[in-house]
Write a protein that binds this ligand. Sequence first.
Ligand code: HEM
Length: 440
Amino acid sequence: MYQEEPHPDPYAVYAQMREEYGPVVPVELEPGVRGWLVTDYNTLISWCRDTTGFTHDPRLWKDYAEGRIDDSAAVVPMMAPRPNALFTDGAEHQRYRRAISDSFGAVSEQHLASVTREVADSLVDTFCERGESDLLNEFARLLPLLVMSVVFGMDEERALRFARASRDLWTGVDAERANAEAERALSETVSDKHRAPGDDVTSRLVQHRAALTDEEVIMQMLLMVTAANEPTANLVNSTLRAALTEPDRNPERYRTDGELGALVDRVLWQDPPITNYPVIYPRVDVPAGGGRTIEAGSPILLGFAAANRFFAEENADHIAESANRAHVAWGAGPHRCPARDQAVTITTAAVRTVLHRLPSLRLAVPPEELRWNLTGLSWVPVSLPTVFEPQAPLSHATVEGTHWSPSESPRETSAPKRPTSGRSPLSSLSSFLGKLLRGS
Ligand code: HEM
């Protein structure tokens, strides 16, 4: 399962494994880290709902608890225990989950869509004159992070440090320093919101009746950012790819809500953004078929993508006939994604902005040349190369950049600010992106 070379069709790999082992497959997440992958739709749903037999809590990961997994293993940051909603169960889980749902759920759909459109417009401005773009890396991967920084109520300087640190984390540049920097930017934002709360997700988390400690608030913010980033980027990417490669291709029609919503649903069935994650652990030994046993405390990856795809293939007639949302792209059971509506709002606003701004958009390579990287926990697209008629950037960016407030306090390491006669003018999204992309 572990492959470093880009692959043209991840499903072929999974179909082969299913044929060999059946619906629950023994896998090596990376050299020396063993587990299982469940690729069967019904088994996956029933195990996710069975909170007596299975847990999301990695403190039950036996190989890790007994010191057989090195802390330097690549999967550790995604699997090691943390006090957040995804890695806890029962009352602890409900407390964290309620704080997240109440805080993020209070962002109105209109506000989220409008923030997303502005971020999307500013990102398109950075490449629209070129007539070509890798829409995965230049657009989809940056957009959710920037949207989340805005709704967290981060000031510009912290949003910039946070975005750079997050980017370094994905690209593996000095991960330890990047992680510390991302946490520091969040921690400073939390301190700010204690002093001056606002209408933002961080303030609502800080003030929530669950009475989270600052560390718990930061952990839920990190979970939200990681839970939002890659999956939303992948959904934007796959929806754009689907719009550009459908046989009766006419991206014009995706400017209406109904058609675009139906396309997103189709993509969630056929190409779910989260492939083999998160992980559950059985509390007791479980038979896996073929005389094999999954030992208590073994990691079982939730193979949402394989489960969906194989179920959809086996039920193709039935699913094609109805606007069926029974896919498992959002998970199942008590940990099912609490931000489903928001993820769709961000995705549709982003995709519609691209199709509107770049009307002649098309893939720069035949679809069969697109590649995926297969790792233990996921398969991720490598790029989405596109071409289009060059367009002029929108000129409104300098007046509309109202999302980030100026930094109130100087960084500990920087020279004290000279007093000003009032609040400095808000920086625009486009100048923010300029700094982020130039690295200045
Ligand atoms: C297309 C985008 C997204 C997809 C496909 C997606 C999917 C998922 C899935 C599969 C899970 C795990 C469910 C399980 O364990 O059964 C999950 C959990 C979660 N997602 Fe999303 N998600 C997306 C976007 C977002 C966004 C934008 C947020 C922003 C807050 C978010 C927040 C969370 C959180 C906090 C959890 C953990 C919930 C818990 O453990 O109770 N997700 N998501």
